[in-house]
Design a protein around this ligand. Structure first.
Ligand SMILES: CC(C)(COP(=O)(O)OP(=O)(O)OC[C@H]1O[C@@H](n2cnc3c(N)ncnc32)[C@H](O)[C@@H]1OP(=O)(O)O)[C@@H](O)C(=O)NCCC(=O)NCCS
Length: 184
């Protein structure tokens, strides 16, 4: 499935808490040649979050290798808030046409402001279909984030189980279906 900026809509407007204040503008930008470095730089922050669990070491340049590489079956998007790169998502397109959230990250200074939730919802609206998300052992906070974020999407059933992943070991997994919006 091809995802273009048009599919995502030009801009996802955030909801303001105060009516007189113009809310910051949120954009979801597909990763391409022009912003690959932005994605890769943010991905270093994402890698750093899990170093204690993964035990990864940096390469000779001090760079951590990414688990998920762009291209082939993986699409990336950068979250931009008021023009600042604030997060990333990597989506794996699986056999049978379903999707998996392979990586998801919000820069710490943007957290707990609903940006992560809005970001995930924007991507799901652009890519309806079957989705799954896995969280490694010890990332219970991430499982809580996903339960709330899935639960806050317009009515949708989801299943959660424990799953023995060939790479990550025992993980928590959510599976759900994003309905295709009715054509207008
Ligand atoms: C998990 C993460 C994406 C959350 O991003 P965020 O922008 O702070 O999340 P939001 O503000 O949109 O939160 C949405 C809901 O999840 C909850 N939530 C967010 N972070 C949470 C945490 N650390 N623990 C428990 N609940 C959390 C929020 O309370 C909110 O629920 P509410 O609407 O009832 O208040 C961010 O902390 C992050 O990037 N962490 C490191 C990378 C990571 O763990 N990625 C997920 C891998 S599967």
């Amino acid at each position: 499935m091809e995802v273009t900026p048009t599919d995502l809509g030009p801009k996802e407007e955030a909801e303001g808490l105060m009516s007189e204040t113009k809310p910051p503008t949120m954009e979801v930008i597909p990763v391409g040649a022009a912003n690959r470095d932005v994605y890769n730089n943010l991905a270093q922050g994402y890698e750093a979050e899990f170093l204690a669990t993964t035990g990864k070491e940096p390469d000779a340049q001090g760079v951590f290798e990414l688990d998920t590489k762009m291209g082939n079956d993986v699409r990336g998007f950068v979250l931009s808030v008021a023009g600042v790169p604030a997060g990333l998502i990597a989506v794996r397109l699986k056999d049978g046409g379903s999707f998996e959230v392979a990586e998801f990250y919000v820069v710490p200074s943007f957290r707990k402001q609903a940006w992560g939730q809005k970001f995930a919802h924007a991507v799901w609206r652009a890519m309806p279909g079957k989705w799954e998300i896995k969280q490694i052992a010890g990332a219970e906070y991430a499982a809580e984030f996903w339960r709330k974020t899935i639960g806050a999407f317009p009515p949708m059933e989801f299943q959660e189980d424990r799953y023995d992943d060939s790479y990550w070991g025992m993980v928590t997994r959510q599976r759900f279906v994003i309905a295709t919006p009715p054509s207008t």
